[in-house]
Design a protein around this ligand. Structure first.
Ligand SMILES: [Zn+2]
Length: 98
């Protein structure tokens, strides 16, 4: 069983959490200025990368708070769990293009 370290509660079983998808996707400031294709890209297109991935998780059966997880999508090894607003050099250097 995968253990996830909620930044607010500590390590808990994966069954207490809900996956929230890719992290770091900002809502467009003016959605009405986007074409239908750009809006669809924002809503549906994700990197779906192999390897290290930033994702959102919710501690649904605990504190019910959202946080970010850096997880290897191949090995399921979790590198780090942190509050969404926490700055970190490794995360700041990631871009949507990779
Ligand atoms: Zn929690």
């Amino acid at each position: 069983m995968l253990l996830i370290a909620c930044p607010y509660c500590g390590e808990r079983a994966e069954t207490e959490f809900s996956y929230g998808g890719e992290a770091g996707i900002a809502r467009p400031k003016d959605p009405h200025a986007l074409s239908d294709e750009q809006w669809a890209d924002y809503l549906f297109m994700r990197k779906n990368s192999r390897g290290m991935h930033r994702e959102l998780w919710n501690h649904a059966q605990g504190c019910r708070r959202w946080f970010e997880v850096e997880r290897d999508t191949v090995s399921y090894v979790i590198k780090e769990c942190y509050e969404i607003a926490t700055p970190a050099t490794s995360r700041d250097n990631q871009s949507r293009a990779d």
